[in-house]
Design a protein around this ligand. Structure first.
Ligand code: SAH
Length: 356
């Protein structure tokens, strides 16, 4: 079989340019060369690092938040503790350990993981071998049980499309060929009634980035929580309405060309949290909180001081650096945001305010 780049070029020659969403999906999940399908991209030796990989405190505070919400809603049993895109399984490990202090939580929980990568599933199975875990390829397979869900750096990896404003119409940015290489091009202007709400805040020539694959996932979350109770905690980089071109490729912790070597880099774009909240209209959304503010309200500094008591030398230095990295506005504290969703009438999660 030829390489992914050659296969994508052949497809474009035969069928014409593809949307950025199609390109991202092929680059991430091609069974032979797909970025997520075939490797573990996380950690210092990989291409990017995520909050749970930086410090156990992140998962502990997520676990205690979810457990508090479960208590607030009358401890339904059984319930599903679900995660979208669990990576190496580190976040779920820390959630499980921390939430274990709440009587009845573990006994009532069934862990459901949504993971499309066979490679990462194997790592998760090894890591979470003591937990009652079921895997799913898509969120639609989550059972009809009360749902407490977390998704950290999941939605940013879902494919986006890009549209460039052209008067009252939009041109789509698509992946085609330029002198034999993969390159971005523009379609003719098209009317896009679905983007009407973005016309006023997008300058002429400006870019908007809808993420179609997020919508059915939000519909499933809405259904399980509205019908049976629970809460969703979504953490990612982005804002309440994305602005401009945020599409990028990351390799070895640095931006790289998105089209040079398909499958070799993580392709990602900022998350538009407004679009996620609006895709679940029957749920109540929290106000969007910066990660640093949220972790501070949950007591990360007290937890950090406690852990610091047993550390010395280099371990202490890395622990303090990790705390800063998660919370400081110049690091992840401001770029990353937190959105919670609960059923109408249910209490909001700790550290977050309802978005009235
Ligand atoms: N949440 C983890 C990993 C983030 S990386 C952490 O914080 O460390 C993104 C994760 O989402 C990976 O596990 C990847 O395989 C998974 N993923 C990406 N796109 C997906 C999709 N369409 N369906 C299911 N899982 C997906």
């Amino acid at each position: 079989m030829t390489g992914l780049a050659e296969r994508l070029k052949a497809r474009i020659r035969a069928l014409g340019p593809m949307t950025l969403a199609e390109y991202m999906a092929e680059c991430h999940f091609d069974p032979v060369e797909g970025y997520y399908a075939t490797r573990d991209p996380l950690g210092a030796a990989g291409d990017f690092t995520t909050a749970p990989e930086i410090s156990q405190m992140f998962g502990e505070l997520v676990g205690l938040s979810l457990a508090q919400s479960w208590l607030d809603q009358g401890r339904p049993a059984p319930f599903q503790l679900a995660e979208l895109g669990p990576g190496r399984g580190t976040l779920m490990t820390d959630i499980w350990r921390a939430a274990g202090v709440v009587p009845g939580f573990r006994e009532s929980a069934r862990v459901h993981l949504v993971e499309a990568s066979p490679h990462l599933r194997a790592i998760q199975a090894h890591r979470l071998s003591d937990l009652p875990v079921t895997w799913h390829a898509s969120a639609g397979e989550l059972p009809k049980l009360p749902l407490w869900l977390v998704a950290n750096e999941f939605f940013d990896a879902l494919p986006i499309r890009q549209f460039q404003r052209d008067g009252t119409a939009w041109r789509e940015r698509v992946v085609g060929l330029h002198e034999g290489d993969l390159a971005l091009g523009l379609t003719d202007p098209m009317p896009r009634p679905d983007l009407a709400h973005r016309r006023d805040d997008t300058p002429e020539g400006g870019i908007v980035e809808p993420r179609p694959a997020a919508l059915p996932i939000m519909a499933v979350i809405e259904d399980r929580i509205a019908e049976r109770g629970g809460a969703a905690l979504i953490i990612d980089y982005g804002d309440w309405r994305s602005r401009g071109d945020t599409f990028q490729a990351l390799r070895a912790h640095a931006p790289t060309d998105s089209f040079a070597e398909p499958g070799a880099a993580d392709l990602t774009a900022h998350v538009d949290f407004e679009a996620l909240a609006h895709a679940a209209p029957r749920l109540r959304a929290s106000r969007l909180a910066p990660q640093g503010v949220w972790l501070d309200r949950l007591g990360i500094n007290q937890r950090a001081a406690r852990l610091a008591e047993s550390l010395t030398g280099g371990d202490l230095v890395s622990h303090l650096a990790a705390t800063r990295r998660l919370t400081h506005p110049a690091e992840m504290g401001n770029l990353f945001k937190v959105l919670a969703l609960v059923a109408e009438g249910a209490p909001m999660l700790p550290g977050l305010e309802p978005n009235e």
